[in-house]
Design a protein around this ligand. Structure first.
Ligand code: SAH
Ligand code: SF4
Ligand code: F3S
Length: 490
């Protein structure tokens, strides 16, 4: 008789992240592992088979997908865009807001049909949602056709888990809530001219609205020599731009016990590597120190764009968000950055409708936006995340009011975005040509040093190169110009 596993049996593989335990984190040693390899017998497992991965969420997740692709390709799998042809489909998920999760559950509904048509298909869920106990339970109950669930700390285990999923009739679940070691030397399938590089993992900030510290574990930095070696290798391979990744890059190195080496030091070392463009995300205003400003002001391959999430302009809300800075501190930081780099472009993230946000507190956000003059912002309506402190805070603000505030905020932001774009009219910018524009194959899409999207007409051979563009027009979400035909260094 076939046995069906109860939820209880899965606890052997599944240590659900405990929010209380996560808060107590800190003392466990971080181990860096350099001995990663895929056993020979697993390297043939995906021969003549195809994979497809759908990625949701932030750049950290996008980069994890590159690792997952790298692992699958070392197992012999090849990529496909056709879900009917795929032998394995993975959803690399995001848990940051409810609508991100809804999308994934909707997608699982669609995929159930595919699974019925092709029972040999391996269907997996990974990424941040897998780290949530409630999500795993919901999949067990409502989407039992899923074959594999693995967490953000288990990516390196993928070859073993795929094998298990292939030969097991049960759902394979492996989610570790342990603080997370660092696994070096994982294969990565990078494409194009830009490369992501993790400099740290996890987050210890515990902003009261945010799920990330629970889904990504403890803050831990990669060793400087490992980051630098990776950047050097990417430069050697001909990548034109790297994006250094961390939930809070300014906390880089705080966890090193043997060396005094922080984000400013890392940037100063990477500045000397022969790679044309270096960017980073995300900067938490609290840990942004003067040394970092000094290093960034040296420019060269360090781009004059800083994404500096503020979340709110109200001190009371910032306090309840546990952001650990005030409006005044943030504005002072902006003043220092602008003094050191007058042509800097600042972008941000803002949440409206945090529990109990009053009209006046919201107005303080609008006034901060006006004071800073951001070039762009990602704006969100607060979305309660189960288990986070803010989810238990009293909230009497109706949803319609929150939506109206979001619109007012976006209208205010658009004014500044337009103004800053208009200032570029008549200037000649150095841009990196990334590819064809999404809507018009005759137009090329490029990025300025400040990360502005620039459209212009030119031959496809320019893709991957640096060129100069004379800016003629500035519609809101991109700027337009004419190619100035002269060679640019790099
Ligand atoms: N580590 C980054 C943010 C990662 S999440 C930082 O601290 O800047 C990206 C953005 O999502 C956040 O900046 C925040 O604006 C938004 N966000 C996070 N949790 C949210 C929630 N519960 N509801 C709405 N927006 C949220
Ligand atoms: Fe979330 Fe705050 Fe950490 Fe950013 S710093 S990931 S918003 S807890
Ligand atoms: Fe989402 Fe996880 Fe990134 S929750 S925003 S994918 S760290």
């Amino acid at each position: 008789m076939a046995t069906t596993k109860s939820e209880k049996d899965y606890s052997i593989y599944f240590q659900p992240p405990s929010l209380t335990d996560a808060k107590k984190r800190g003392k466990e040693d971080i181990q860096v592992h350099y001995d990663f390899g895929i056993p020979e017998e697993l390297q043939e497992l995906g021969k003549d088979k195809l994979y497809l991965i759908q990625t949701y969420g932030c750049q950290m997740n996008e980069h994890d997908t590159e690792t997952i692709k790298g692992l699958l390709e070392q197992m012999g799998y090849r990529a496909t865009e056709d879900r009917h042809a795929a032998d394995i489909i993975l959803l690399n998920t995001c848990a940051v807001r409810e609508n991100a999760e809804d999308k994934v559950f909707g997608e699982l509904g669609h995929l159930s049909h595919l699974k019925r048509e092709k029972p040999s298909l391996i269907l997996g869920v990974c990424g941040c949602m897998s780290q949530e106990e409630s999500v795993v339970n919901r999949i067990l109950k409502k989407h039992p056709f899923v074959d594999l669930i693995f967490g953000t700390h288990n990516i390196h285990r993928l070859p073993f888990l795929v094998k298990e999923a292939m030969f097991s009739k049960e759902m394979v679940i492996e989610v570790w809530s342990k603080e997370g070691d660092i696994i070096e030397n994982l294969p990565k399938k990078r494409e194009g001219i830009k490369a992501w590089v993790n400099i740290m993992y996890g987050c210890d900030k515990f902003c009261t609205y945010c799920i990330v510290p629970y889904t990504r574990g403890k803050e831990r930095s990669r060793r400087p020599e490992d980051v630098i070696a990776e950047v050097r290798e990417l430069a050697r391979q001909g990548f034109k731009e790297i994006m250094l990744l961390g939930q809070n890059v300014n906390a880089y190195g705080k966890d090193f016990e043997d060396i005094e080496y922080r984000f400013g030091d890392l940037m100063d070392d990477i500045r000397k590597i022969d790679i044309p463009r270096v960017r980073f995300t995300t900067s938490h205003p609290r840990d942004f120190d003067d040394h970092l400003i000094e290093v960034l002001a040296k420019k060269g391959n360090l781009m004059e764009h800083i994404h500096l999430p503020v979340q709110s302009g109200s001190n009371e809300i910032l306090k309840r968000m546990s952001r650990k800075y005030t409006r005044e501190h943030y504005l002072e930081l902006v003043r220092k950055i602008k003094a050191a780099m007058p042509d800097v472009v600042l972008t941000t993230d803002i949440i409206v409708g945090f529990p109990g946000e009053t009209e006046e507190q919201f107005e303080e956000t609008i006034s901060l936006v006006k004071e800073v003059g951001y070039d762009f912002a990602f704006t969100f309506i607060y979305s309660p995340r189960e288990g986070t402190p803010a989810a238990d805070m009293e909230d009497s603000v109706p949803q319609e009011v929150k939506s109206a505030r979001l619109k007012r905020l976006n209208d205010a932001l658009n004014v500044y975005m337009k103004q800053s774009n208009e200032r570029l009219k008549g200037q000649t910018l150095e841009v990196l040509v990334e590819g064809e524009s999404k809507n018009n194959a005759n137009v090329l899409a490029a990025r300025s040093r400040t990360n502005k999207l620039v459209h212009f007409e030119g031959p496809k051979e320019l893709i991957g190169q640096f060129v100069k563009v004379y800016i003629t027009d500035t519609p809101t979400f991109y700027i337009k110009g004419d190619w100035v035909q002269e060679a640019v260094a790099n």
